[in-house]
Design a protein around this ligand. Sequence first.
Ligand code: ZN
Ligand code: ZN
Length: 383
Amino acid sequence: MEKTRAIVATAPGENHTPGSNWELEEISVPTTLKDGEILVEVSATGICHTDLLITSYPKEAPGMAYPRVAGHEGSGHIKALGPNLTKTHLKVGDPVLLSFDSCTKCDYCAENRAAYCETFMAMNLFGTPEVFSSGDGNTKIAGKYFGQSSFANLTVCTEASVLSAEGIAKNQEELNLFAPLGCGLQTGAGAVLNVARPEKDDIVMVLGLGGVGLSALMAAAVLGCKKIIAVDRVNSRLELAKTLGATHTFDTTGVEDLTKALKEVAGGRGPTCVIETTGAPPVIEAGYGCVANEGSFCLVGATQDPNYALHIGTNAHLIRGVRLLGCVEGNSVPDEFIPQLVAYYRKGQFPIDKISKFYKAEEFKTALHDMHTGATVKPIITW
Ligand SMILES: [Zn+2]
Ligand SMILES: [Zn+2]
């Protein structure tokens, strides 16, 4: 066992506000590793809305365990290797980026489509109970969330989540900046580059300008789409979107008929490719409703209510010929896609530094506050 600092989430109480149950604590990390485990000294961790969503689930929800350590956008260095690893190229001291976990055995994993692993939800969202223990040793703490639980300075990862950053990050500063590539940024960029795949003539509309939405927008700019419309209700984000390739922006504040307004801003027939990242039901409905005939609508943002359903009139849907899409992690194969995104970053086409801000671990509450107000798009905690 070794002591480390970690942000620990306890079970949410009544009238819970996301993140209010997070505290920075000293905990114990096991240093005797099991098969396929890697001990990583984390240097930076991006905060993603999924961290807030998953630590807001009641403790009675199936698969949930509290207290737990969230964090699924980590980067750092390998401190120790467990037995029987299949990624035999990894060495102690290697810089690494952390991404999502997968079983490596099901048909989807075998076909290199791990984002659709049959056990994706359980392995990533719920993780493993009893990985860490509290500083006094009396309470077990759940870990391996997304195979990493990287809201800890030292953490136990599953090897499927660990990718070498050798040759990807040039220095420590870049390694910290690249931490969110393994989730939010690859999700947004992948939704465009791997899933919806708009062409130059397309009118792309991005709903919601968080880390996922702005990554989608930057990816549409990489493809040179003729019209890229950024939609949000936070003015500073709309302004930022203009510097990242948005040709048009639209503020939804106070708009009554959102479907009509979104069609109009796209030029009457509506956008031909909509990337939905808000997870907000009224925006999802307007986004689906505004798509031009034969256009595509891609669901990326998860809804707060897991039982929410979008009702689609089947006749109306087929008459419009709309392609309805959804994706997990932007269909990314992180080993291949992250280096591609870094190459765009180096060419100035994927300027993730413009959407990120660093906070020390002890300032995580400020980071959450700035994320909530919209002042910071992608907070990255440094350990
Ligand atoms: Zn699998
Ligand atoms: Zn995420």
